[in-house]
Design a protein around this ligand. Structure first.
Ligand code: ATP
Ligand code: MG
Length: 423
C-alpha cells in the first residue's frame, strides 16, 4: 500500500515552489536593505528551552509540542517557533558582545501538534525577525514597518494592523489582581486548562480558544487601562511613529501574547480573506526573555509570519506571483548522428549562462517542437545531418518565428542577443 504524508503536513510541489522562492527572495532582499542579518538555528532543541522561552502556560507548551526522548534519554522538542532558538544562540555565542542592536532574520520550519485545517498545519513555515538590545519604540516601529513593507510590497493592501500594549512587570501586577477578581466568580465554569492558568498566568485565559471561556471573559478588565506611565508613554510613542510613517493601525486591547516575558508592544496583521485563521503575522516585545534564558538583561522585539497563510492569502486575493520563464532554448536533434553534437551544444549553452534543455525521451522532431512549447522554451536550436555538415545550427526564435543558421560556437551569443532585445 502506498504511504501518504502525515496529517497536517503538506508537500511543496514544483508547481508551487516558485511561489515560495519568490516570497523568500522578497523577504531576504527587504531584510537586507533594513539591516537584518540571517541566522539559522537547529530544527530541534532541548525541551526546556521552549518550556522556559515560550512559557509553560502557552498553548504551544501545554499541548502542541513534538517532544521525544533521544537515544541518550534527553528530552528533545521539534522547534514550534523561532524566537527561543534564536535567543538561545544569541546568548550561547555572546552575540551581544558585538555591535548592538543585533538585527536578525530567519526562515524556519515549525512543528506544532494542532488540529489541521485551512491555515493551520502541523509542519509549517515562518519568516521572522528579531531586534535585540534596543529598548526604544524605534525598534518596535522598525519591526512593524518591515512586516508592513513586505506585505504591501507583495500587493496585499487590506490587511489590518492591530496593536496593543500588554504592560510590564510593574503594571501587570495590579492588572493581574483585577483580572483574577473578575474571573473568580466564573472560575468553576472555566475549562481545565484555564483553571490552571487562573493561578499561574490569568492573562492566558483571555487567549483561550474555547468559545465558552471566550464568552466568560466578555467585559473583563483590559491591560491597556492599567498601563504604568512608562508603558503608556511607550505606546503613545509607537503610535506616533506609525502615524508618521503613514501606517494605518487600530488599537485592539484584546490582543494577548500572554507570556510572562512579553512586555509592552503586541501586534498582529489580520485578514478576512483566509477564513478563521486570519492572523498572518504576529509579534511583540519581550524585554525579559533573554535574561530568563540565562543571558544578560537585554530587551527584544520581533515577529513571526506564517508563510503558508501568506501564500493562501495571496492566492485568495488573486495575486499571481511571477512564474519563472521557460528555458532559453531547447536543443532539438534529428537522428542518432546529431545526438553527440546536440549534447555538446546543450552543455556549451549552459556554460554560457543560458538555461537549456534537451529531449530525453526520443521524440520525433515534430514532438520536440511540441515539447518546446509545453516547457515554454524561447528558442529551438535544431541539429540534423545538414547542420552537422555545415557546422551551423538552425536557431528558431519561438516568439517571432524567425529562423536562421548560426555557427555552433555563435549560438549562445545569438540567443543572448535575442534575449537582450526582448527585455
Ligand atoms: P494562532 O492564534 O493562529 O494559533 P499563534 O498565536 O499560535 O497563531 P504565533 O505563534 O504568533 O501564532 O506564530 C506566528 C504566525 O505563524 C501566525 O500568525 C501564523 O501566521 C503562523 N502559524 C502559527 N501556527 C500555525 C500553524 N499551525 N499552521 C500554519 N501557520 C501557523
Ligand atoms: Mg496557535
Amino acid at each position: 500500500m502506498a504511504i501518504n504524508a502525515p496529517k497536517g503536513t503538506k508537500d511543496i510541489l514544483p508547481s508551487q515552489a516558485y511561489r515560495w522562492r519568490y516570497v523568500e527572495r522578497k523577504f531576504a532582499e527587504l531584510c537586507e536593505r533594513a539591516g537584518f542579518s540571517e541566522i539559522r538555528t537547529p530544527e530541534f532543541e532541548h525541551t526546556e528551552l521552549f518550556a522556559r522561552g515560550v512559557g509553560d502556560t502557552s498553548d504551544i507548551v501545554e499541548k502542541q509540542m513534538y517532544t521525544f526522548s533521544d537515544y541518550a534519554g534527553r528530552s528533545i522538542t521539534l522547534r514550534p517557533e523561532g524566537t527561543a532558538g534564536v535567543v538561545r544562540s544569541f546568548i550561547e555565542h555572546k552575540l551581544y558582545a558585538g555591535t548592538m542592536p543585533a538585527k536578525l532574520r530567519y526562515e524556519i520550519s515549525c512543528f506544532r501538534y494542532e488540529k489541521p485545517q485551512s491555515g493551520r498545519l502541523r509542519a509549517f513555515h515562518q519568516f521572522g525577525v528579531e531586534i535585540f538590545g534596543a529598548d526604544g519604540m524605534i525598534a518596535d516601529t522598525e519591526v512593524i514597518a518591515l512586516a508592513d513593507d513586505f506585505l504591501r510590497g507583495l500587493g496585499l493592501t487590506d490587511l489590518e494592523l492591530r496593536i496593543n500594549s500588554i504592560g510590564c512587570p510593574d503594571c501587570r501586577g495590579g492588572y493581574r489582581e483585577a483580572l483574577k477578581a473578575f474571573l473568580a466568580p466564573k472560575y468553576d465554569e472555566l475549562c481545565e486548562t484555564c483553571k490552571s492558568r487562573y493561578e499561574r498566568n490569568p492573562m492566558r485565559v483571555l487567549d483561550c480558544k474555547s468559545p465558552h471561556c471566550h464568552a466568560l471573559t466578555e467585559g473583563a478588565p483590559l491591560m491597556i487601562d492599567y498601563l504604568c506611565d512608562g508603558c503608556k508613554e511607550a505606546f503613545d510613542d509607537l503610535q506616533a511613529n506609525l502615524t508618521a510613517l503613514g501606517i494605518a493601525y487600530i488599537v485592539d486591547p484584546s490582543i494577548v501574547r500572554g507570556l510572562d516575558y512579553y512586555t509592552k508592544t503586541a501586534f498582529e496583521f489580520v485578514t478576512e480573506h483566509i477564513g478563521a485563521q486570519g492572523t498572518v503575522c504576529g509579534g511583540g516585545r519581550y524585554d525579559h526573555l533573554i535574561e530568563e534564558l540565562g543571558g544578560p538583561p537585554i530587551p527584544g522585539v520581533g515577529f513571526g509570519l506564517g508563510i503558508e497563510r501568506l501564500l493562501l492569502l495571496l492566492e485568495n486575493c488573486g495575486i499571481d506571483l511571477p512564474n519563472p520563464d521557460g528555458p532559453d532554448a531547447l536543443v532539438a536533434f534529428i537522428g542518432a548522428e546529431a545526438k553527440g553534437g546536440a549534447l555538446q551544444l546543450l552543455r556549451s549553452l549552459r556554460e554560457a549562462g543560458l538555461s537549456a534543455e534537451i529531449d530525453s525521451l526520443g521524440r520525433s522532431i515534430k514532438n520536440q517542437f511540441k515539447y518546446a512549447d509545453r516547457i515554454g522554451a524561447r528558442h529551438v536550436v535544431i541539429i540534423g545531418d545538414e547542420e552537422l555538415q555545415s557546422g551551423q545550427a538552425t536557431v528558431k526564435d519561438m516568439n517571432t518565428g524567425t529562423q536562421e543558421r548560426v555557427a555552433f560556437e555563435k549560438v549562445a551569443e545569438r540567443i543572448n542577443r535575442n534575449k537582450q532585445e526582448n527585455e
